[in-house]
Ligand binder design. Structure first.
Ligand code: SF4
Length: 408
């Protein structure tokens, strides 16, 4: 499979972004905030913070296959190996004095020290515990925004309640930033984030084309700017470049999976240490994973510069991970139709129950009530002790064959 040419530009942009936040951490005139991936990044940027996303760092630990070896460090501190392997591998890396950033540039020797840690809890409990560990260890404030989970309907009352909690962060963050919030600047940042989301959604939609010009595995790499540079114009430039390359592929009939036959949808976390292996294995079966709930989670359609706090709240509440099972099932049916897939692969990530939707009957209900074939693979996002290549390969091979046989 051909590597996307814009990956080199992506690596340069990400390196530059990490360098900026690392340099800010040693500059007394700048402030660094760590933020959860669905946290109020726009507010932090508007207040002048350089932003670091620990989940992105943890994913890099997984993708570089450093994570598994680091998890026991956190276990020794009393954190169960059964909880989020982002948390355990990231804390393990800190304790061991290593960072995945060094794989980006050997001169990056440690994660940038924060002046504040900010998180929202709609995704899970773990992210709060994770940030609190650093807050205690480094003696810096942790600001958590309680947010509802299992949301059936995103009502105006829910939006307003969460928006008020996000707005309540302004005063303590202004004190740490040493400046007042400029509402016009916040609106600008929200507008850039919304535009980033729109362009990310447009490139994801290229997976609807048959044959698909790229796959979920490519998108897991290309989503870096949507996560790390949300609210920063450089993300826009990157997605323009990516879109141009994908359009070129579509016009030239270039398929990410040559002779694509079976189209699949991925539900759940990536298996970071096996992206290449799974991509190649599925390609050898002429199967392309053309869409995913994971990559679509960085599409924040609700963002609106005219209602910055309310729209940030609404975007967070609309996230797939924060919804009830019936809502998730409706979304999955729409996605399966949109991407014209033959079936859905559910990843039961052993250390992330929040983003593993196969445990309470959803795959069977999707097949029984909506006619969508599914398979569930057992693995993990970062802990490769929970991943068995042979079992995953066999399950995928059998499922691809089942989908192929059912094709008209
Ligand atoms: S959603 Fe899952 S992977 Fe992400 S921080 Fe929470 S437990 Fe970890």
């Amino acid at each position: 499979m051909a590597r996307l040419a814009c990956t080199t530009a992506l690596q340069d942009r990400m390196r530059e972004a990490y360098r900026e936040v690392i340099e800010a951490a040693s500059d007394p005139g700048q402030r660094v905030a760590w933020c959860s991936s669905v946290g109020p990044v726009e507010l932090l940027r508007a207040l002048g913070f350089r932003v670091f996303i620990p989940e992105n760092h943890a994913a890099m630990l997984g993708a570089s296959r450093m994570a598994t070896d680091l998890i026991p460090e956190a276990t020794a501190l009393g954190y169960s190996p059964d909880i989020c392997s982002y948390l355990t591998s990231d804390i393990g890396a800190f304790c061991r004095g290593v960072t995945a950033l060094s794989r980006v540039d050997p001169s990056f020797r440690e994660v940038p020290r924060p002046d504040v840690l900010v998180h929202e809890s709609q995704q899970c409990r773990e992210v709060g515990d994770w940030f609190q560990w650093y807050g205690d260890r480094l003696g810096v404030p942790v600001l958590g925004v309680p947010a509802p989970r299992a949301v059936e309907e995103v009502t105006p009352d829910l939006v307003q309640a969460l928006a008020s909690r996000i707005e309540a962060l302004v005063e303590p963050l202004e004190a740490i930033a040493g400046r007042s919030l400029d509402l016009a600047r916040l609106r600008d940042v929200v507008a850039i984030s919304r535009e980033t989301s729109r362009r990310w959604q447009q490139v994801l939609a290229m997976g609807e084309v048959r044959p698909a010009p790229w796959t979920f595995f490519d998108a897991c790499i290309q989503m870096g700017p949507a996560v790390v540079l949300r609210g920063d114009r450089r993300a826009l430039a990157h997605y323009d470049l990516l879109q141009e390359e994908l359009r070129h592929r579509v016009m030239a009939g270039v398929a990410a999976v040559p002779e694509e036959q079976v189209r699949l949808y991925w539900e759940g976390m990536p298996i970071w240490g096996r992206l290449r292996d799974l991509s190649e294995r599925l390609a050898s079966l002429r199967a392309a994973v053309v869409g995913s709930t994971y990559c679509s989670s960085w599409v924040f359609e609700a963002l609106d510069p005219d209602r910055p706090f309310e729209s940030m709240a609404q975007a967070g509440l609309e996230l797939f991970i924060s919804r009830t099972d019936p809502v998730k099932e409706r979304i999955l049916e729409e996605e399966a139709r949109r991407y014209s897939v033959s079936g859905i692969v559910f990843h039961d990530a052993k250390t992330c129950p929040y983003n593993s939707n196969s445990r309470f009957g959803m795959p069977r209900r999707l097949t029984r009530d909506r006619g969508i074939p599914t398979v569930t693979i057992q693995s993990d996002l970062n802990d490769l002790r929970l991943h068995f290549d042979e079992g995953v390969h066999l399950a995928l091979e059998a499922f691809v064959e089942q989908c192929r046989e059912a094709m008209p």
